[in-house]
Design a protein around this ligand. Structure first.
Ligand SMILES: Cc1cc2nc3c(=O)[nH]c(=O)nc-3n(C[C@H](O)[C@H](O)[C@H](O)COP(=O)(O)O)c2cc1C
Length: 360
């Protein structure tokens, strides 16, 4: 029997949910229309904002798509550290002629209200990041026919997802652009992130769930590699971020292949939680001492990042990017899916040829 996950797309390619505007309804629809699986990002949106985007996607395609939710976060462990960081960023606010944000915003990202909409008017797939939902929450989605996916960054998190009845896991390697979906941010484990190929194998041996592999995938041959390693689908964020349908800031798109930005790093500088982005001045100057306080730091720096974008300065923007960013191709999203599938087929043919050659 084909797993419900595989039945959602013709090609084993998932466009990653990308909060902050990149995974616009046009991108999601274009990918799903091309036979991949598009994903909306509900993170940082209101429940109604999420619902409007769902309706927009439905207006553009009748193909399946996913919606990604942020799990509620624990209360801020150290409000004093947030205030210290606020003072340290005062000069940035003056420079960009803006204010630092209010950090009292709710830490639940409207989770309950979003879940209620997704139960009342179901979508084909719901994925979760930054934690593990409850068994009851997953069962409620299963009852309305929704496939559920939990993002994991360790075999232990995969076991937790299996224990609550998730249909699949999204295995996110350390190469991935944007936030690590770690269930609980812990500075003591900084630097302990696992590379994708190793993580796929560890998760496959720990749980019996279908695997979506994410992190640094930019070419069809890499997709062939993760499928060979045991993944069922490959999820790509950075590769789709630069497409014309993506709602990412133009400066963010350009930065991916700008020779000024040669490397990425995991940083808490913009949000208070480790996220991989291009190393710019802000990351270099503030990353080393930014506190572990998500989402408080996200709200603290939100207007600063917007002001930097408005003045055309990428040096204080959150330029989320995976390790493969220099391989980004600015193709229309549907065309990118086709190119990736052609490369995947070519890589499979090479594997098959080697097999045949070996047998001769
Ligand atoms: C700009 C950006 C925003 C992201 N936002 C989300 C998100 O809202 N939810 C989520 O589960 N993952 C998010 N991710 C992570 C992706 O799901 C995925 O793990 C990552 O893009 C894979 O690595 P790659 O960018 O190298 O392809 C984001 C990634 C990027 C680049």
């Amino acid at each position: 029997m084909v797993s419900p996950l595989l039945a959602l797309c013709r090609h084993p390619i998932v466009q990653a949910p990308m909060a902050g505007g990149a995974s616009a309804p046009q991108l999601v629809a274009a990918v799903s229309e091309a036979g991949g699986l598009g994903s909306l990002a509900a993170g940082y949106k209101t429940a109604d904002g999420m619902y409007q985007e769902i309706k927009q996607v439905r207006g553009l395609t009748s193909r399946p798509f996913g919606v990604n939710l942020f799990m509620p976060q624990p209360a801020c462990a150290d409000p004093a550290a947030v205030e210290v960081y606020r003072n340290q960023l005062a000069g940035e606010a003056t420079w960009y002629e803006t204010e630092l944000g209010d950090t009292d915003a709710k830490t639940d990202d409207g989770y309950e209200a979003k879940l209620a909409i997704l139960r009342d008017d179901p979508v084909p797939l719901v994925s979760f990041t930054f934690g593990c939902p409850t068994r009851q929450e997953l069962q409620a989605l299963a009852r309305v026919g929704t496939t559920t996916v939990v993002t994991v960054t360790t075999p232990e998190e995969a076991l937790a997802a299996q224990a609550v009845g998730a249909d699949a896991v999204c295995v996110q390697g350390i190469e991935a652009g944007g936030h690590q979906g770690t269930h609980r941010d812990n500075p003591e484990t900084d630097g302990a992130g696992i590379g994708l190929l190793s993580l796929i194998t560890q998760v496959r041996e720990a749980v019996q769930l279908p695997v979506i592999a994410a992190g640094g995938l930019m070419r069809g041959a890499q997709i062939a590699a993760v499928l060979a390693a045991g993944a069922d689908l490959a999820q790509l964020g950075t590769a789709f971020l630069v497409t014309p349908e993506s709602g990412a800031q133009p400066l963010h798109k350009q930065a991916m292949t700008d020779p000024r930005f040669v490397r990425t790093e995991l940083t808490r500088a913009f949000s208070g939680r480790p996220a991989r982005g291009l190393v710019n001045r802000f990351v270099r100057e503030h990353g080393p001492y930014a506190p572990a306080a998500y989402p408080q730091i996200h709200y603290l720096t939100a207007d600063l990042r917007k002001a930097a974008a408005k003045t055309g300065d990428p040096q204080a923007m959150a330029l989320w990017a995976g390790q493969g960013h220099r391989l980004a191709r600015q193709l229309p999203a549907g065309e990118l899916v086709e190119v990736l599938v052609a490369e995947l087929d070519e890589a499979k043919a090479v594997f098959a040829g080697r097999d045949a050659g070996g047998a001769a």
